[in-house]
Design a binder for this molecule. Structure first.
Ligand code: CP
Length: 325
């Protein structure tokens, strides 16, 4: 009964729980069909455009492979290889692509610009616009994360303790999109959310306010702490990775100073042991092994990072199958 055809996905915050649950149902079904070797050509003759302003391993290949497995075709576009580099407007770009194909995904993480670009495309688009990560949100990653948590703990996630710990990112500057998406979504699935970060590494205040509201509406806790040990205590899910310093400072130079200030903000086995015995370790990748998280945790028995990455494929296929026109 949930008709998602043609619906834009800029953030899951704009989707109802019923709509998100529908995507998850489809994702589990498509994963089962793939495992059984059943053909599932739900998007035959359909074309999806993937417009990347930034690099990607998982997202690009999940969309491209997903379209192949669904019997359709994906086209990789960049500003350099299109007339976007020449200054063509979002309106002109999407009006034309909408006459050819059936959906468009965009990755644009440029701070204060990426989300605005996507919104502008969506305003004029007659085909669904899918956020493949922007400066504010990463909805396709967050959906794969929920699927992974449901696989590990069961569909009913109420009462689980979800800890997000964020620290510095020497190489990968992806301002805020992951922690902001996670604090908004996990409480909607009944989890108590703890956000841990060094004092200066704030998320945007409106996201904190919305996360508090989501938690209150769903009868769960939302806490912010500046101590990684405290955050890991009694956790069921520990999602610890890097957080670009540019998110706070707006400049690489100031960010570099912050990196030096927090050399111990690292996820390691001692901290994993503070969580529940059955706790899992998650990371959306790419990871700075040995800097933000130890090899021992990344490759340890509690790590679910590769299942999580695989679920990008199944959840992205679900989004494509449900929304493409
Ligand atoms: N997690 C994630 O979005 O990975 P990529 O940057 O490789 O797409």
């Amino acid at each position: 009964q949930t008709d998602l055809r043609g619906k834009h996905l800029i953030t899951l915050q704009e989707w109802t729980r019923e709509e998100i649950d529908t995507l998850l149902d489809i994702a589990f079904d498509l994963k089962r069909r793939k495992a059984l070797g059943e053909k599932h050509h739900l998007l035959e003759d359909k074309t999806f455009y993937m417009l990347f302003f930034d690099n990607s391993t998982r997202t690009r290949n999940a969309f491209e492979t997903g379209m192949t497995q669904l019997g359709g075709h994906a086209i990789y576009l960049t500003p350099k290889t299109t007339q976007i580099g020449h200054g063509e407007t979002p309106k002109d770009t999407v009006e034309v692509l909408g006459r050819f194909g059936n959906g468009i995904g965009v990755r644009n993480c440029t701070y204060k610009v990426g989300n605005a670009y996507m919104r502008e495309l969506a305003k004029y688009s007659k085909i669904p616009v899918i956020n493949m990560q922007c400066d504010l949100y990463h909805p396709t990653q967050a959906l794969a994360d929920i699927m992974t948590i449901q696989e590990k703990f069961g569909k009913n996630t109420r009462g689980l303790n979800f800890t997000i710990s964020w620290t510095y990112a020497p190489k990968y500057i992806r301002p805020l999109s992951m922690p902001q998406s996670l604090i908004l979504l996990m409480s909607r699935f009944g989890m108590n959310v703890t956000l841990a970060h060094p004092p200066e590494f704030h998320l945007l205040p409106e996201f904190i306010e919305q996360a508090k509201k989501n938690a209150a509406e769903n009868g769960v806790k939302f806490n912010i702490v500046n101590d990684m040990d405290e955050a890991c205590k009694d956790a069921d899910i520990i999602y610890a990775k890097s957080w670009g310093p540019i998110a706070y400072t707006g400049s690489d130079t100031e960010g570099a100073e912050l990196i030096d200030k927090y050399p111990n903000w690292v996820m390691d086995s001692r901290r994993m042991a503070l969580g529940h015995k059955e706790a899992i370790y998650m990371h959306c990748m790419p990871a700075d092994r040995g800097i933000e998280v130890t090899e021992e945790v990344m490759d340890g028995p509690q790590s679910v990072i590769y299942d999580e990455a695989e679920n990008r494929l199944h959840t992205i296929k679900a989004i494509l199958a449900a929304t493409l026109k």
